[in-house]
Ligand binder design. Sequence first.
Ligand code: SF4
Ligand code: SF4
Ligand code: SF4
Length: 300
Amino acid sequence: MEKMNEKIQNIAKELLENKEVNLIIGFTKGSNPLRMRSVFITDPKDVSKLSFNSHCVQDLAVFLKKPEVKKFGKIGIVVKGCDEKAVNTLIQEYQLSRDNIKIIGLECHGVIKQNLADKGENSLNQSTVYDKCLSCEVHTPALYDYLVESDEQAFEINDNSIKPYAKIEELDLMTAEERNGFWQNEFEKCIKCYACRQVCPLCYCTRCIVEKNTPQWIETNIEETGNAQWNMIRAYHLSGRCIGCGECERACPVNIPLMLINEKMARDTFEKFGYKSGIDINAKPVFGTFDINDFNDFIK
Ligand code: SF4
Ligand code: SF4
Ligand code: SF4
């Protein structure tokens, strides 16, 4: 990754020196070689800290919604293709101005699951990457100001029995009661820590519905109905918007398979409305616009 890192560092240095941005958000080496973390750089002398490899799992676009970051005005960000879709969605939803962001897009072949990396896994292949990487359509980001090509070879998909999000098809074949049982079991584990919300680049409401108590929309204690309400409301608030970065599922301390919900919503949105989130900054958000031809058979 040496060439790739050098290119990222040179772009960042140029942007900071020319005052085209006041801050660069990127990845740097973490506490061990298989852990990467975010870094915030304002001084061109520090760009040597920037680094990228297949352990850069975080979606750095989450920081773009923070007031502490917004105050820098013009910002440069290092993004993989999936994370860049979050930047596009923030622009589409008027949370970010295209003029204030420089996108350093990275060609990316996949990132290694963190639980495997924690056990020392360092090879990129079909069984070590996240499901999102097996169905990735944005190995090259959809939008960028600079593109940094990968030094790594793309891996071969040689085992067709490994299907991304295979559980979705299994759930679709269940009866409504069985499916409800599956999700009740999962939601029962929820401890309402809201890590899924905090890590999501697209959960940016200044006051989340879960914190409103007049009226109280969602029970705040940990109990069956409130847990299901919380997870379902969050899924609906993200449908047609979630860009599938997988950060909510990665952050969940009790391992609720949140990506099954996100991916199912994304598949349904595409099937019913022909819309994929985060691809086109000029597209109107699918659930923020009315079209007389919209699918409406569900209205009885
Ligand atoms: S989904 Fe695509 S862009 Fe995102 S980490 Fe996986 S391979 Fe890279
Ligand atoms: S809901 Fe999860 S997968 Fe979707 S954008 Fe938010 S953090 Fe990423
Ligand atoms: S991260 Fe997991 S446990 Fe925490 S609120 Fe979200 S779903 Fe519940």
